[in-house]
Structures are given as C-alpha cells and as structure tokens.
Design a protein around this ligand. Sequence first.
Ligand SMILES: NC(=O)c1ccc[n+]([C@@H]2O[C@H](COP(=O)([O-])OP(=O)(O)OC[C@H]3O[C@@H](n4cnc5c(N)ncnc54)[C@H](OP(=O)(O)O)[C@@H]3O)[C@@H](O)[C@H]2O)c1
Length: 160
Amino acid sequence: MELGLAGKTALVTGGSKGIGLETARALAREGVKVLICARRETALAEAARDIMATTQAKIETHSLDVTKVEQIEKIPRVIGEKLGRLDILVNNAGTGTYKPFLEVTDAELIDGMAINFFAQFRICQRIVPLMIAHRRNRPRSVFQKCSPTSWRRTTSASIA
Ligand SMILES: NC(=O)c1ccc[n+]([C@@H]2O[C@H](COP(=O)([O-])OP(=O)(O)OC[C@H]3O[C@@H](n4cnc5c(N)ncnc54)[C@H](OP(=O)(O)O)[C@@H]3O)[C@@H](O)[C@H]2O)c1
C-alpha cells in the first residue's frame, strides 16, 4: 500500500512485539524511518533484524521503560540523535489486566494506569512540542489507545 509516508520518521513504543512490531514493519515498508522502543534490548535487536529481513529497512532501537519518568525525559534527545525529527508517534506500549473486575488488585490497577495512561500522557507531553517545531509543510500524527485530553489544538490524533 502506498500511503505517501516515504521519508517520514516514526517512534513506535512497544515496538519489539505484537501490534507494535507489525506497525513498525508496516511503516518501514512505506519508507518511514522507524525508531522502536521497549524494555528488553535483546527483543528490540531481534525485532530490528526481523523487520530488516522483510523490508530491507534499517530500524533504530532504544531501550525504554515507559513507566519511568527519568527515561521518558531522555526521549527527545534520543529522537534527535536517531531520527533527527519526529513526524509520527505510535504510543503503543501497554498492557491489560485480563481478569474479572472484582478480582483486580489495587497494585494491578496502579500498574495498569502507569503504563496505559500516565506513560502515554507523559510521552505525548515531551514529544508533541518536537512535532510542532517541525510541522511546517509536514503532516504529523499521534496514534494511541486512549485520549486523555484534546489534541485538536496541537496535532492530529487517531484512536487505535
Ligand atoms: N492484542 C490485542 O488483541 C489488543 C487489543 C486491544 C488493545 N491492545 C493493546 O495494544 C497494546 C499492544 O498489544 P500487544 O498485544 O501487541 O502487546 P504485546 O505483544 O504484549 O507487546 C507489548 C510490547 O510493549 C512492550 N512493553 C511492555 N511494557 C513496557 C514498558 N513498561 N515500557 C516499554 N515497553 C513496554 C513490550 O516489550 P518489553 O516487554 O520488552 O518492554 C512489547 O514490545 C497493548 O497496550 C494492548 O493492551 C491489544
């Protein structure tokens, strides 16, 4: 599929596995320069090799735990070093608590909010300014699983 994304840059969190890995592969196939992030470096390296084998595209990687604020703070610098600028953010890293509502513990609730809400909000806060800075004549998009606030004044948004 030709989506007109060739030459764009993208960050995919949780890009070493599952939906994130396949999103990164699809973007790479479109000619997007992709940076994938997840916690495990070995899984990131394997994912980068896998994508390269199927698309011939070189994939950038960076180890990141999205629940750690101090690691999120470094992301703008990492993007600058590895991508130069950012056009597309796929805020995919996350998890679910797959058990009945009445059995969810407080610790599971807190962990779920840390990765599925706070991390997404914090990453957007640090990265959207970069996207705005480069927005002249460039489409830019944020894809995420939830929309904690309105993005209409800052960037286009899609709910995945
Ligand atoms: N699969 C479905 O049917 C489905 C449906 C609806 C929504 N979703 C949501 O879509 C997202 C992706 O689902 P999936 O099934 O593709 O998940 P998955 O296969 O379990 O992959 C999760 C990815 O996120 C990374 N990750 C996990 N915790 C992280 C953390 N704290 N910091 C950074 N990266 C982290 C994992 O790598 P590391 O472990 O190395 O960090 C991995 O790359 C999840 O939020 C899920 O809830 C999934």
